[in-house]
Design a protein around this ligand. Structure first.
Ligand SMILES: Nc1ncnc2c1ncn2[C@@H]1O[C@H](COP(=O)(O)OP(=O)(O)OP(=O)(O)O)[C@@H](O)[C@H]1O
Length: 264
């Protein structure tokens, strides 16, 4: 793959559920190796529908999705998912270590390699000593760190996150945002995040992709030229941050108004 070839390429994708109306139409999106891309848009526009399509969790109606040179037509091996609801994604009867090991069982790894990956992933998310605990012994933020560690141990090419920090308090949310950027900076991981939180999108992303329309497609992609090492206080105080959040907010407001206008 050349440097300018996207790792994830979405081409002319449309999606309808059964015989229902199109939810997504003519959607095109490129995500490059090592980028963090945030998807934003009005409630109900089709963000989760797009993520599920990327993750091969349901068939698309038309178009193609490539990861590298492979077409997505089922859950791709090179992709890991982190959802909002960590309490349902972790298995409470398994220790943290066993939760992280669970998705690795198909990879035919040696016991040593599994142990090594679990230790590295728990260290990366700041929980090096939590392996023998059960999820219910951990705070919500710690459980979401475990869910992220489980995804990392799998060593995915792309990490897909759907509203990953919506269920934790504001301080924990900031910590998890910083963890997400650290993972990208440390491991060069490619990350796609759906979020409702516009400030979060601007803080996290290298590019913010705004979805709009009914059916939905990409209405704008904004580069976020803030520095690579971001700080929750200093970065959010930058004038460029404020300008970008205003621009995204305005785009979403306009898209929401257009979605809710009665059909003539
Ligand atoms: N399994 C399904 N069957 C039929 N329609 C669905 C299904 N899942 C979602 N939809 C419809 O697709 C549209 C987009 O939903 P989706 O959840 O993708 O939007 P969203 O942008 O993620 O919303 P939100 O921001 O509120 O989470 C909605 O009209 C929804 O009712």
């Amino acid at each position: 793959m050349s440097e300018n070839t996207p790792l994830l390429a979405v081409r002319d994708v449309s999606k309808r559920y059964g015989s229902g109306p199109e939810i997504i139409t003519d959607l095109n999106l490129d995500v490059y190796d090592g980028e963090i891309v945030c998807l934003v848009g009005p409630s109900g526009v089709g963000k989760t529908t797009l993520l599920k399509s990327l993750a091969g969790l349901h068939p698309i109606t038309t178009g193609t999705i490539h990861i590298g040179d492979r077409i997505v037509n089922g859950p791709p091996e090179e992709l890991a998912l982190v959802f909002q609801d960590y309490s349902r994604s972790l298995m409470p009867w398994l220790t943290v270590r066993k939760n992280i090991a669970f998705p690795l069982r198909h990879l035919k790894l040696s016991k040593n390699e599994i142990r090594r990956r679990i230790t590295a992933a728990l260290t990366e998310v700041g929980l090096p000593d939590a392996g023998d605990k059960y999820p219910w012994e951990l705070s919500g933020g710690m459980q979401q760190r475990v869910a992220i560690a489980r995804a990392l141990a799998y060593k995915p090419g792309i990490l897909i996150m759907d509203e990953p920090f919506a269920s934790v308090d504001a301080q924990t949310r900031f910590e998890l945002e910083d963890l997400t950027r650290k993972i990208r900076n440390d491991l060069g991981m490619t990350i796609v995040v759906v979020t409702h939180d516009i400030d979060e999108a601007v803080y996290l992303a290298d590019r913010v992709v705004v979805l709009g329309g009914k059916p939905a497609s990409v209405i704008t992609t904004l580069d976020v030229p803030l520095c690579r090492n971001r700080d929750q206080v200093a970065t959010r105080n930058e004038s460029q941050f404020a300008e970008l959040r205003t621009e995204v907010l305005q785009l979403i407001r306009t898209a929401t108004e257009q979605m809710t206008q009665p059909v003539a």
